[in-house]
Design a protein around this ligand. Structure first.
Ligand code: ADP
Length: 423
């Protein structure tokens, strides 16, 4: 929900808004604060009744250093008008990179931006691992065994060699701050590593769960609306991305990225990549919906409820591992509690024992819609995200959004808090 806070001095009550608009909900206590509800249909249709809502309240947004057609269309078709990237007259700023301290400091209470300061504690591969390793040390290795063992090179080269003496791998090499599979390769010996600055080496999960013989991973969308108190949501639907070459566990195919990497940006280059034109068909080709994968696994007799519980647990633990740093940065740089929100892309690999592993957390997950299934999932997700983001705990208001597919991770949080306090 977008709590309507006006940018100018005009008073809400003078606007006499209609009480029965499909895109407006009213705060449950005072019933005087209109809250905007976003609908995914806005992406495909320019409906006057939908766009009247943003126009009525003179809502404005800007998009900076990124190109997101989906975000622009959803906002524009809800009647938000776009202002120049240099303008400060906005309700919502959507940016592709993190924000400079002076930009954060200048935010007013009605303004929202889509990143928290120091989010790289989660989204840089080396920082994520270090933060989780710290949690393993303080709260028990077992409780935070959610990422494959990792070494940052060249600093930890000797530790890696000691470990390699016991575990011959294969191991996977990644640049610390890259994405889309760029610069990633597998090695079966430390001397195969080209030693550049800022790389990490992780234990390769060589028993991935396969569907029809293919490796896949899952992209999940995680929304944080506050770090203090911590409010984490996971979107119920996600995307499974399949490799284009059947998986072979022997190390003879170690160089075949179409077999070992599941990135869309890698596999779309393969002539074997199969896309699907029908948004209603969710289990065909190289990209499935996560719910289609879960249905498939359930049919195979797998305990998908337990799997999803573990996935939720992993998400909360990862966010918790960076909570303190990000909350501290918010205290330092962000003037109002409700200024920031962030949508993270969690990449999760499930192994053949049905254990999920966190591979990485993406800052600004791709909102590109190459296939109709992308549009179907991402448009609903973005609409629900904007609806939720306005749910400030302002004035004690609480609003129910019907059909919202973001699931609040409270139960899992309690569990982790128990782990935290050693219960
Ligand atoms: P990038 O940010 O470049 O996409 P990722 O960490 O997501 O980097 O890795 C890219 C792909 O490599 C993943 O989607 C997955 O298929 C594979 N991969 C990464 N790490 C591992 C691992 N430890 N074990 C098995 N496969 C992995």
């Amino acid at each position: 929900m977008m709590v309507v806070m006006l940018r100018h001095s005009s008073c809400l009550y003078n606007l006499s808004p209609t009480r029965d608009h499909p895109c407006i909900s009213w705060g449950s206590l005072s019933k005087t604060i209109p809250i905007l509800l976003f609908v995914p249909e806005a992406v495909v249709s320019k409906d006057g009744s939908i766009s009247s809502v943003g126009e009525r309240y003179n809502m404005a947004f800007k998009i900076v250093r990124t190109e997101s057609r989906l975000v622009r269309e959803i906002l524009t078709n809800h009647g938000f008008h776009e202002v120049h990237p240099n303008s400060n007259d906005f309700n919502l700023m959507w940016t592709g990179s993190h924000l400079k301290p002076y930009v954060l400091r200048s935010l007013q209470d009605f303004q929202k931006v889509n990143h928290f300061p120091r989010s790289h504690e989660l989204t840089r591969k080396d920082r994520l691992y270090k933060n989780i390793q710290r949690m393993q040390q303080t709260h028990g290795f077992k409780n935070f065994h959610i990422v494959p063992q990792t070494f940052v090179l060249p600093a930890e080269y000797q530790e890696f060699c000691n470990c390699f003496a016991k575990d011959k791998g294969p191991w996977i090499i990644k640049p610390v701050a890259s994405s889309r599979g760029r610069g990633i390769y597998l090695v079966s010996n430390p001397n195969q590593i080209s030693m550049t600055e800022n790389i990490l080496v992780s234990r390769y999960i060589n028993n991935p769960l396969l569907i029809d013989g293919f490796k896949f991973d899952v992209r999940l969308y995680v929304l944080v609306t506050s770090y203090d108190p911590l409010l984490v949501y996971v979107y119920e639907e996600g995307l499974a991305r399949f490799a284009t070459v059947k998986y072979d566990r022997t190390s003879k195919s170690i160089k075949n990225t179409f077999m070992h990497l599941t990135n869309y940006s890698v596999n779309k280059k393969s002539s074997d990549y199969v896309s699907c034109d029908d948004p209603e068909v969710e289990d065909y080709g190289n990209k499935w919906s996560m719910s289609a994968v879960l249905r498939y696994l359930k049919q195979e007799g797998k305990d998908t409820t337990s799997l999803m519980k573990q996935v939720e647990d992993l998400i909360v633990k990862a966010v918790l591992s960076a909570e303190l740093q990000i909350a501290t940065a918010c205290k330092t740089f962000v003037p109002h509690k409700t200024n920031c929100f962030e949508l993270y892309g969690f990449d999760v690999l499930i192994d053949s024992n049905l254990k999920p592993w966190l591979l990485e957390v993406n800052l600004s997950p791709s909102l590109a819609c190459d296939a109709p299934l992308d549009l179907k999932i991402k448009a609903s997700m973005i609409a629900d995200m904007f609806s939720l983001v306005g749910e400030c705990i302002r004035y004690g208001e609480k609003v129910n959004i019907n059909r919202c597919q973001f699931l609040k991770l409270t139960a899992a949080l309690l569990y982790v808090n128990n782990v935290k306090s050693g219960n």
